[in-house]
Design a protein around this ligand. Structure first.
Ligand SMILES: Nc1ncnc2c1ncn2[C@@H]1O[C@H](COP(=O)(O)OP(=O)(O)OP(=O)(O)O)[C@@H](O)[C@H]1O
Length: 244
């Protein structure tokens, strides 16, 4: 994919749930950077809401998300925090089903499902019922469900939360591999492990942008003497009150 020719722009993006007193995303301007972006923010800051707006799962109350230069029918794919295991389906069938829902013919959906499962290192479990998979394996099925659609931009909502260290490391390796031919945006609470995986950082607080820029600039926000947990120190310097 030519990531650089693919643009996703948010302008004045605002989302208010029902009769909520204040918007969960407020007047947000953001150009999604080609490459990989980490989305940080305290609980309730609006990370999931922003990802759902980008993925088309929510319609903005006002403002817009525009997508230009995509070569596929489904330019953006969203993996939610909780990936559902569909009863009675194997991993291969569940991934192929996601492709079929996007309009692929059965044979094409199955072929792409095999490719996607290989990409997430699950080929050997393709015949397992998804209900029988571990939490980490199920997350990887969820990622394969996104890949099967051919999306250019992949949105991952807290993909490593609750995973054991081995599965977390496996997932990081897969994300790192995906950076070669996809743009990715990943929301996370885990600010200790950003280096080598992300180019850009977006920090949200109460639905507004608190910081956006290259990872290097973000790291410079950390006080001089903070070395080991530099990213966490940078993050805390933006959010002294730790409120959403
Ligand atoms: N379906 C909904 N109806 C009403 N309010 C909602 C709904 N979903 C989220 N909110 C509110 O919108 C705000 C942003 O929530 P969101 O889940 O996007 O934040 P988040 O940064 O992803 O939080 P977390 O890190 O806890 O997942 C919060 O105040 C939340 O209570």
């Amino acid at each position: 994919m030519a990531a650089s020719s693919f643009n996703v722009r948010c302008r004045g993006l605002t989302l208010r749930y029902g009769r909520a007193r204040r918007p969960s995303i407020e007047n947000l301007d953001w150009d999604v950077h080609p490459g990989s972006t980490v989305l940080l923010g305290p609980n309730g800051a609006g990370k999931s809401t922003l990802l759902m707006l980008l993925g088309g799962g929510l319609r903005p109350t006002s403002g817009s998300v525009s997508i230009e230069g995509s070569s596929t029918r489904q330019p953006v794919g969203f993996m939610p925090q909780n990936v559902a295991a569909l009863r009675g389906l194997t991993a291969r069938q569940q991934v192929a089903y996601a492709g079929w829902l996007q309009g692929l013919r059965n044979s094409e959906a199955e072929r792409r499902a095999d490719e996607a499962l290989e990409r997430v290192n699950l080929s050997s479990d393709a015949g397992q019922q998804t209900k029988a998979l571990s939490g980490g394996q199920l997350r990887r099925v969820g990622l394969a469900e996104v890949l099967v659609t051919g999306a250019n931009l992949i949105l991952l909502d807290e993909p490593t939360v609750g995973l054991d260290p081995a599965e977390r490391s496996r997932f990081r390796t897969i994300m790192s591999d995906l950076r070669s031919d996809h743009s990715i945006v990943v929301s996370t609470h885990l600010v200790d492990d950003l280096d080598g995986l992300f180019d850009e950082v977006l920090v949200l607080q109460r639905g507004s942008v608190r910081f956006q820029g290259p990872l290097e600039d973000f790291m410079h926000l950390a006080p001089e003497n903070e070395d080991r947990r530099r990213a966490e120190a940078a993050y805390l310097s933006l959010l002294p009150e730790r409120t959403a």
